[in-house]
Design a protein around this ligand. Structure first.
Ligand code: ATP
Ligand code: MG
Length: 273
């Protein structure tokens, strides 16, 4: 039997418990062997917004998944040059995972926009889609979307939320626990100095505090390190080394940790012990 891989792609800016819990549930419901989290290298769908450097997003993801033997991380989108198109990612994964069956997890919000993705119809031949419920988005639209945008032949024969097709892969609607958590909400809370505890794992919370990734109390703008000169590899330009970090070196309120002032982030892997 081929190995069954769940694939959860996203910006993960930052990873949160909504991602982790739905991934865990998908493994059990669909009998998957492993879930691979794939941080977007250069996401084409986030125009007009600065996203955190790949290294920071990857580090947080690594911290979040460690300790769960069924979770893994792939940096395939980092290795493929240019914009991160899911169709290229899935093709690359087919090569790397040699014969593995792919189950691509996608939240209903993202699913209903998939027709704007590059070569999106191809995706339905490359992987089974697993549509995750998300508060605020109605499930009934899945069938309409599939028939209108992908193929008239998609059919939910049993009425159980599994759409099959004579040639393309099935699409599953997962009855996952709905958690009203989003990275956008977390960034906003963090930038305004409010608690994000219990929305992200403790290890990620500590990382966000220590690296001050979503706050810049000195500037008061919520500006993140990437905006302050981080390169694609998560390191900073020579001319800026050791300068801007000084202003993060202050004691934050309510028992928060002290930001690592003066220590430029080198993109090292976090210690997840
Ligand atoms: P942002 O607010 O920045 O868009 P996000 O919370 O939507 O962040 P992404 O990294 O964009 O997180 O999401 C990656 C994938 O996970 C997408 O398919 C998204 O729909 C799904 N997802 C995100 N949060 C949830 C959640 N709470 N429940 C179910 N699916 C989710
Ligand atoms: Mg999103």
């Amino acid at each position: 039997m081929p190995e069954r891989f769940g694939i959860m792609g996203g910006t993960f800016d930052p990873v949160h418990l909504g991602h982790l819990r739905t991934a865990e549930e998908a493994i059990d419901v669909l009998g998957l062997d492993r879930m691979l989290f794939i941080p977007a290298g250069s996401p084409p769908h986030k125009p007009g917004r600065q996203i955190l450097s790949f290294q920071h997003r990857r580090n947080m993801l690594e911290l979040a998944i460690c300790g769960n033997p069924r979770f893994g991380l792939s940096d395939i989108e980092w290795r493929i040059p240019g914009k991160s198109y899911t169709v290229n990612t899935l093709r690359g994964l087919h090569k790397e995972l040699q014969g593995g069956e792919l189950f691509f997890l996608v939240g209903l919000d993202a699913f209903l926009e998939m027709d704007t993705w590059f070569e999106f119809r191809e995706l339905f031949g490359l992987a089974c889609m697993v549509v995750l419920r998300r508060p605020g988005y109605g499930e009934k639209d899945v069938g309409d979307f599939l028939r209108k945008k992908v193929s008239e032949q998609y059919e939910d024969k049993s009425g159980g939320g599994v759409f099959s097709h004579p040639e393309l892969r099935p699409v599953y609607c997962l009855r996952n626990t709905q958690l009203d958590i989003s990275s956008t909400g977390i960034r906003e809370l963090a930038a305004s100095g409010k608690s994000i505890r219990y929305l992200v794992p403790e290890s990620v919370l500590r990382y966000i505090r220590e690296e001050c990734v979503y706050t810049d109390r000195a500037g008061g703008t919520g500006r993140r390190k990437e905006d302050a000169g981080f390169g694609r590899d998560g390191t900073r330009g020579k001319e800026e080394k050791g300068t801007q970090f000084g202003k993060f070196d202050e004691q934050r309120g309510e028992g928060d940790t002290v930001c690592k002032g003066g220590v430029p982030f080198q993109g090292a892997r976090p210690d997840c012990s």
